[in-house]
Design a protein around this ligand. Structure first.
Ligand SMILES: Cc1ncc(COP(=O)(O)O)c(C=O)c1O
Length: 393
């Protein structure tokens, strides 16, 4: 079959050509066409948004708060965010000029990259990593450069430094880390800050899982460390903390001229975030926080069930994730690639999980299993994985 060349009107940009859909989508699309599949591939909380948050949005709508918001966000929300960052994260920013409310962390990181990067600059991204950083770098005209994490998925400063070039501009930090659940401690982050300072790099810190940590693995904001204040952009979101993925509210905190640049890009990209969703976010921040604690308690229970079950399955090894709602077992002993294994589990086991390779070459020989699902589903999912893997010769 001959494919006719595209008419000029349908030709797309080389950036659009380069940003392929992630392999997670393939699993999701396939799972959607099948019956009776247990869905453990999802990257969002299964909990409902807390009711007081929903009520705040309803009240905003009912009282006519349906107009354009200030493009950087409602000032009362920016003040609440700055207050939270000061108290919980040790980050001092001025709400008027240094905080922008964004369409989730997604638009926050994307606008930050647009504000920092020139054509040909390089963005250092951990491998494995959340799939969007590479695409956001490409959209900003830059080149994504992966640096391999250690086998335990912590940062190896030598591997990072080896990949720094005169074009390097940003190091991406994501702790707690999707897909591995690793939480970076103060010492590791300090070492990273020293590297960034030495090479005159910016740090973009994606902290969307900050509240979802277990045991003694406390989240540390890299922007609070000595020397990091001026060079760090902190990005966060209401999506995971408050089970608000569909509301699309997040924020960016940055300093000085950079904050101004991010706000400009944000204003011309989205104009502003839905007004009623911002009132919902305000209620989430100012309201009771026990809903967050309850969700994390439940995730912890599920994590323990998943890790115990996976560790008992022949050929799988699973370290306990320190944060997030993902387990990332080592599957190398199955002798299958992660893509083959995830397809096998979907087809034979009727359970959807994501191949580690979707997150980068260093994710190979692993699967990402989300435990953002009921305990009943998780138990059934683990039984299906066990049965399928036991069928391997
Ligand atoms: C590490 C990470 N950053 C950002 C996002 C996107 O978050 P948001 O819903 O705030 O755009 C996700 C979503 O899965 C994520 O895992």
């Amino acid at each position: 079959l001959k494919i006719a060349p595209l008419a000029a009107s349908t030709r797309v940009s080389s950036k659009a050509e380069r940003i392929t859909y992630s392999d997670i989508r393939k699993i999701v699309e396939k799972a959607e066409t099948m019956k009776d599949v247990l869905r453990l591939e999802q990257g969002e909380p299964d909990f409902a948004t807390p009711s007081h948050v929903i009520e705040a949005a309803k009240a905003a709508l009912a009282s006519g708060r349906t107009k354009y918001p200030p493009s950087a966000g409602l000032i009362e929300l920016r003040e609440a965010i700055a207050g939270k960052l000061a108290i919980e994260n040790g980050i001092d920013v001025r709400p008027q000029s240094e905080v922008a409310v964004t369409t989730g962390a997604s638009e926050g990181v994307c606008s930050t990259f647009q504000a920092l990067l020139n054509e040909g600059d390089e963005v250092l991204i951990p491998d494995p990593a959340y799939v969007s950083y590479h695409r956001w770098a490409i959209l900003a005209g830059a080149t994504p450069v992966s640096f391999p994490l250690r086998r335990d998925f912590h940062i190896d400063p030598d591997e990072l430094e080896k990949r720094i070039s005169p074009r390097s501009r940003i190091i991406v930090v994501n702790s707690p880390h999707n897909p591995t659940g690793t939480v970076l401690d103060r010492g590791e982050l300090d070492a990273l800050v020293q590297i960034a300072l030495k090479h005159d790099l910016q740090i973009v810190s994606d902290e969307v899982y900050e509240k979802i940590t277990y045991d003694n693995n406390l989240h540390v904001s890299v922007g609070s460390l000595p020397g990091a204040e001026e060079i760090t952009v902190t990005v966060n979101s209401f999506s995971k903390t408050y089970a608000m993925t569909g509301w699309r509210v997040g924020y960016v905190a940055a300093h000085g001229r950079l904050a101004e640049a991010i706000k400009k890009i944000h204003a011309y990209t989205v104009l502003g975030v839905n007004t009623e969703a911002q009132f919902a976010a305000l209620a989430a921040l100012n309201g009771p926080q026990d809903c967050v604690k309850e969700m994390v308690r439940e995730y912890r229970k599920r994590r323990d069930i998943v890790v115990k079950a996976l560790s008992g399955i022949p050929r799988l090894k699973c370290a306990s994730p320190q944060g997030t709602f993902y387990a990332f077992p080592d599957t190398s002993a199955t002798g299958m690639s992660s893509e083959e294994l995830s397809s096998f589990l979907l087809e034979k086991g009727k359970v959807a999980v994501v191949q580690g390779k979707a997150f980068g070459d260093c994710g190979e020989d692993h699967l990402r299993i989300s435990f953002s699902s009921s305990i009943e589903n998780i138990k059934e999912g683990m039984a299906r994985i066990r049965n399928a893997i036991c069928q391997l010769t």
